[in-house]
Design a protein around this ligand. Sequence first.
Ligand SMILES: [Fe+2]
Length: 206
Amino acid sequence: MFKQVELSYAYDALEPHIDALTMETHYSKHHAAYTNNLNAAVEKAGVADKDIVSLLGSLDSISDEALRGAIRNNGGGYYNHNLYFAGLSPNGGGQPDGELAAAIEKDLGGFDAFKDAFGKLGIGRFGSGWAWLSANKEGKLQVSSSPNQDNPIIEGSDYVPILGLDVWEHAYYLKYKNLRADYIQAFYDVVDWKFVAENYKNVKNG
Ligand SMILES: [Fe+2]
């Protein structure tokens, strides 16, 4: 049974960057629905015993097309939102330090260049989707974007997301309306770089 990551902060804790009603709706309606739909689909498909990463990395093994689609969309939604919500903090913002900062410098040309590239991927993603900062086992970083609820794992990459930016309208429309770029700017003010650095370490040593 898949469970939503527990929030370590209140819905209104990210104000004014991300508003309380957006957080509440996003977490208790959208993310809850992805999670419930995923649980129903894996039960039907007989793959309820798999962990989420192996499930998303082996979608081709699910022969029923409708169930495969449901698990792709809702499993992606489940995984992506767990990463998104855990990557935010009222004490977030600023810049990473240590080995993550060094890798951003080496692979992405520094923090400002990373922000620019990552933000452009989020703004440029037509319709709904995600921007990702991902790492591989060698500790190399890359930025990318995916449509819908896809992610690098579903796409068959050997890179694992360590930070996810949700650019679906449900993530920002109540406060920012059509101004996705303003939401992305605000997102940087609440990114929990300690969490991202921990993810980086785990992918690198995994
Ligand atoms: Fe979302």
